[in-house]
Design a protein around this ligand. Structure first.
Ligand code: ATP
Ligand code: MG
Length: 392
């Protein structure tokens, strides 16, 4: 058993010794059986949150309403969730009511897919009530129970289905696929943030292009920001040369396929509730991509883009299969006298100390200095720059 499970074992044993049931559940078991890397483990127990808290001296109420308590044990933290059932789902998302139960079977029943509804006890036995093992072998994403009902309960599960297809390289089970096609409009009820998180995981999965084709064919794509009616543009995605492996590359490639003009990138990114940081990065990538598509970039354009943007732009050209002389561009960038604005030997304060008044003039002067230094016409030292200013 991987060490991540072994170190958690004493936590499960404490619960068992107190007379409760405790299991490893969900994605960690799936990934263990698939020999995939495991990032976090989830523990499920028959103990109610208050009972869990009595057994461990250090706990945090992470999601106490949903039954999740974080237990700190020997310097590690573990999320322990009480077995629960969910009901309500009035609005096609999140249950109205969570009920704690003592039965593992009830808890596994509310999980999304059979491969995610596996549990493992402290002896390493797998509890498989919904033929999840068989679906793991068959590489199938199959809803637990009736897929129509399950997607009605929580429409995000439809995005999760294509996300797992991409990450695992699995196919959709027939009835699950039919339900997805039929119920895609329900996705519109789900918050953009939650859709985005699944979309990004889909986009960065190993089988992203094939999952994306399903995302388009099932019309799920019609329900997400800025994709409606754009199927013909997005249909290029499954034929890309490579899968994106950076989130910035994913958004940039999508923006390019959608032919979003540079000045609309920020709106596009915000419609997906992306962070300002992510938005700025993508804007810079698209700017450089446009430059490179139009002409050989100048040294100053390379300087303004910066290393991260340059590397990322080369990456999206690779994904899009666009020929670009990346080695030459990288070598040219590496040869620049300064690589970023902060490398300049002087700043605004330096100019003010030389008697130049703050204002737009000062900004222009700094730009002139920067351009001269980047062009190799002016040495990047305070002395040389001061001398240059006296001549100007
Ligand atoms: P990852 O490796 O991305 O964390 P995961 O399977 O652990 O994959 P999580 O989103 O962390 O996915 O969810 C943990 C478990 O909770 C899932 O394996 C599944 O059993 C259950 N689950 C999560 N979201 C849902 C949902 N929307 N509906 C039903 N069950 C869900
Ligand atoms: Mg998880």
């Amino acid at each position: 058993l991987p060490s991540i499970f072994l170190s958690a074992l004493p936590v499960l044993e404490i619960l068992e010794q107190a007379g409760y049931e405790a299991y490893f559940v969900g994605g960690a078991i799936r990934d263990l059986l698939l020999k995939r890397p495991i990032h976090d483990i989830d523990i499920a127990t028959s103990a109610y949150p208050e009972e869990v808290k009595k057994l461990f001296p250090k706990t945090i109420d992470t999601g106490i309403k949903h039954g999740t308590v974080t237990v700190l044990h020997h310097g590690e933290s573990y999320e322990i969730t009480t077995f629960r059932t969910e009901s309500g789902y009035q609005d096609f998302r999140r249950p109205d009511k969570v009920t704690f139960v003592r039965s593992l079977a009830e808890d596994l029943k509310r999980r999304d897919f059979t491969i995610n509804a596996l549990a493992m006890n402290t002896s390493g036995d797998i509890i498989d009530l919904f033929d999840g093992l068989s679906d793991l072998h068959k590489h199938l994403i199959k809803a637990v129970g009736n897929p129509l009902e399950r997607f009605h309960e929580d429409a995000l599960r439809m995005m999760r289905a294509v996300r797992f297809m991409s990450q695992l390289g699995f196919k959709l089970e027939k009835q699950t696929a039919i339900a997805l096609k039929e119920l895609h409009p329900l996705l519109a009820k789900i918050s953009v943030e939650r859709i985005r998180d699944e979309f990004v995981k889909m986009g960065l999965g190993n089988d992203s292009r094939r999952a994306f084709a399903v995302f388009l064919n099932t019309h799920l794509s019609e329900e997400v920001p800025n994709f409606a009616g754009k199927k013909n543009l997005l249909a290029v995605y499954p034929n890309l040369k490579f899968n994106p492996d950076l989130e910035t590359s994913l958004w940039s490639v999508i923006a390019i396929l959608l032919k979003i003009p540079n000045r609309q990138i920020a709106n596009f990114m915000r419609s997906w509730k992306n962070s300002n940081l992510m938005t700025n990065k993508v804007e810079k990538i698209i700017t450089l991509f446009d430059v490179i598509s139009a002409h050989v970039p100048t040294d100053f354009e390379l300087f303004e883009a910066g290393e991260e943007t340059l590397m990322n732009t080369i990456d999206i050209a690779r994904i899009l299969g666009q020929p670009i002389s990346s080695e030459i561009l990288v070598n040219r960038y590496r040869a620049l006298p300064i690589k970023k604005a902060a490398d300049l030997a002087v700043d605004g304060r330096f100019l003010i100390n030389l008697g130049i008044k703050p204002g737009p003039e000062l900004g222009n002067l700094l730009l002139t200095i920067k351009k001269a230094v980047v062009a190799g016409e002016l040495e990047n030292s305070p002395e040389a720059i001061a001398a240059f200013l006296n001549v100007e």
